[in-house]
Each structure stands twice: as C-alpha cells, then as structure tokens.
Design a protein around this ligand. Structure first.
Ligand code: 5GP
Length: 205
C-alpha cells in the first residue's frame, strides 16, 4: 500500500469564515482532497448536493449510521452531520491528504480512530467579530444565531486539545490559508513520516 495520506481536521465556529479560508487553502494545495459530509440540514443558497454536502433526510442519515457507513457523526444545532467512511478510506488508501471540516466532537472521534490525524482549530479574533459575521450572513433566524454563538464559545474553549490553533483575522484570508499550508508542510516533514527518505539514504551506497 502507498503511504497513507494525512487527515487534516479543521474545526472552528461556524460563520467565522472557516469555509472561505479552507477554499483558499484548497486553491493553494490543489492536490489535497476534501471530505464531503452528509447532513440533514437544508441547503443554503448556492450550496450544491454532493459538492458542499450530501443533503439527506434524517431517515437516510440514521440508516447510514445503522449500516456502519459513518466514520463519525454528531448533532449540531438540531441537525445531524457526519463523515462518510468511504470519503476518508478512499483518500487514505490513495495516499492523498484529506481535509475534514467538522466540529469538535467529530474531530476528537476522528483522532480516536486515526491518532495521526492533525487537528486544527480556526478561530475568529473575538466573539464580537463572530457575532457581526453571523448577523451579516443573514441566513439564519435569531434563535439559531444565539445557539451558534453559544456553541462557538464552547468549541473555542476546547481549542487547547487541538494540535494547532490558527487565528482567522478579518480580511486576512490569504495569510490564514498560508499558515495552514505551513502546517501541512511541517506535518509532512515529521520524522515518523520521513522513513522513506531515511531508508533511501541508507540503502543507496
Ligand atoms: P454548517 O451548518 O455551518 O455548514 O456546519 C455546522 C457545523 O457542522 C460546522 O462546525 C461544521 O464544521 C460541522 N460539520 C460539517 N460536517 C461535519 C461532519 O461531517 N461531522 C461533524 N462532526 N461536523 C460537521
């Protein structure tokens, strides 16, 4: 089997610009894969089935759990979200790095199954900044915004359990995406992932 790809698990408050940064990161590293999650949430304007999410009914989601098709899943603000196993397995087997954009419970579950997964928490500068961003998105009713803010506070308090924390400053999308590239580059140079280079040196004389 080829060398396993690295799982890059990216979490952070929803509405904090995480999606925009991840999109830029993917442009900078076009070879990296992106795990498309399944969700019972309704699509937002512009979201496409099979690209942003697999939008499924609650019944279908529960069937996938029942059949062991989910690598991890969690309920978030009233909807179910999960990573289909096949997304991660396909990338790992092909030796391709894969981004999982998922919330913290899911992130810790992935780490349990794949201890070499790299957990990165992307946080906005402040709660104030996050609230402004959520409100300007104007895609959710007030009660959902209030829930998302409370969940954000809870998630950011878990940040010390992540491997890396990256601050996503307003209007600094490129800088933030480049910091993610830096992490990716460094992770590939970890001694445990450089056995081929060491063996190549020793075996060619
Ligand atoms: P949103 O509704 O804003 O797209 O996503 C809400 C939250 O669910 C975000 O924090 C997002 O990262 C998380 N999420 C998306 N897909 C998954 C998944 O497959 N598993 C888990 N555990 N969380 C997910």
């Amino acid at each position: 089997m080829s060398k396993a790809g690295i799982l890059f698990v990216i979490s952070g408050p929803s509405g904090g610009g995480k999606g925009t940064v991840v999109k830029r990161f993917r442009e900078l590293v076009p070879d990296i894969g992106f795990s498309v999650s399944a969700t019972t949430r309704a699509p937002r304007d512009g979201e496409e089935d099979g690209k942003d999410y697999y939008f499924v009914s609650r019944e279908e989601f529960l069937r996938m759990i029942e059949c062991g098709e989910m690598l991890e899943y969690n309920e978030f603000c009233g909807n179910l979200y999960g990573t289909p196993k096949k997304e991660a397995d396909r990338a790992r087997e092909a030796g391709v790095d894969l981004i999982l954009e998922i919330e913290s419970n899911g992130a810790f579950n992935v780490k349990k199954n794949y201890p070499d997964a790299v957990l990165i928490m992307l946080i906005p500068e402040s709660m104030k900044e996050l609230e402004e961003r959520l409100r300007s998105r104007a895609s959710e009713p007030e009660d959902v915004i209030v829930r998302r803010l409370a969940t954000a506070e809870h998630e950011v308090r878990l940040a010390p359990r992540y491997d890396y924390i990256v601050v996503n400053e307003k209007d600094k999308i490129d800088e933030c995406a480049e910091e993610l590239v830096g992490i990716l580059t460094a992770e590939h140079k970890k001694s445990g992932r450089m056995n081929d280079a060491v063996n190549n040196f020793l075996n060619n004389r």
